[in-house]
Design a protein around this ligand. Structure first.
Ligand code: PAF
Length: 284
């Protein structure tokens, strides 16, 4: 596996591969890789001839400085893991490479309608930071396809919209959330949890599935279902941020007539802000 640290070296490698007619798949990450990330890389190997993974803890998407400095950085172990899953190159840029004029002077991408709801409300500027770094990475890597997890469902829709709005020449693939046996969605932030909190955190998936069961059984009072879930989270020791039943396509508030729904949840437990979501299809 090649380790690339500069944009010029990346461009040379990509140009060589393109000249040889190779298709390129890309998996952007912030490192601290777990099985969920590795499943994205495995999918990427099925979709293209060459796979590039980036590892960059993007300061532009952190609204909270303490959160940025606490974010786990485990590059050496990440590189070892990538070597075991047929990744062809890992791109490891620094903040100076990504934002040479500083973050204040960086051109920023805003994806309207996607950036200011749900997680965007609790984390102002977060999605501008995500969209900006992702479009920069796409321009550097020039992939044919990029793979993202559905765990960050709002991020996935935001990136799909950005790619469509800006006519970027690549396909975005979303993969189902990778879960621990308990149902807890895999996340780098899970390591902020104590072992007791980790067990508690598994209730998130159970609560999402309880709402799904209600919806499939004809439950139609979305506000009531959302409130019940928030109350239950509070009783279990979480600080709920939101529990929302939304239209899966664009995350607008769902109507009774909608068939493709997404239930999304964000809650704090101890030091961690946890997010999760599941799809629901209502049969007519
Ligand atoms: O999902 C993530 O890890 C990050 O938001 C991403 C897409 C790598 C951008 O920094």
């Amino acid at each position: 596996m090649k380790k690339i640290t500069t944009v010029s070296a990346l461009r040379l490698l990509v140009a060589d591969w393109k000249q040889a007619g190779k298709r390129i798949a890309f998996v952007p990450t912030m490192g601290n890789l777990h099985q969920g990330h590795l499943s994205l890389v495995s999918k990427a190997t099925e979709l293209a001839d060459k796979v590039i993974v980036s590892i960059f803890v993007n300061p532009l998407q952190f609204d909270d400085k303490a959160d940025l400095s606490a974010y786990p950085r485990t590059v050496e172990v990440d590189i070892e893991q990538l070597t075991s899953v047929e990744c062809d190159a890992v791109f490891l840029p620094t903040a100076e490479i990504m934002y040479p004029e500083g973050m204040d002077r960086q051109t920023v991408i805003t994806v309207p309608g996607m950036d200011d709801k749900l997680c965007g409300q609790a984390r102002p500027g977060h999605f501008d930071g995500v969209a900006t770094v992702v479009v920069k990475l796409f321009n550097m890597v020039q992939p044919d396809v990029a793979v993202f997890g559905e765990k960050d469902y709002q991020q996935l829709l935001l990136i799909k919209k950005m790619v469509a709005d800006l006519n970027l020449p690549l396909k975005i693939i979303g993969l189902p959330t990778y879960r621990e046996e308990s149902g807890l969605a895999m996340s780098s932030r899970n390591q902020y949890l104590t072992s007791k909190q980790r067990k508690q955190a598994a209730s998130i998936y159970r609560i999402l599935n309880d709402i799904k069961t209600e919806l499939l059984n004809g439950g139609a009072d979305f506000v009531k279902l959302e409130q019940q879930a928030k109350d239950e989270l509070t009783q279990l020791g979480f600080e709920p941020d939101y529990v929302e039943i939304r239209r899966a396509r664009n995350l607008e508030p769902a109507k009774q007539s909608d068939k493709e729904l997404r239930i999304l949840l964000a809650a704090r437990l101890g030091k961690a802000r946890l997010i999760d979501n599941i799809p629901v299809t209502i049969q007519s």
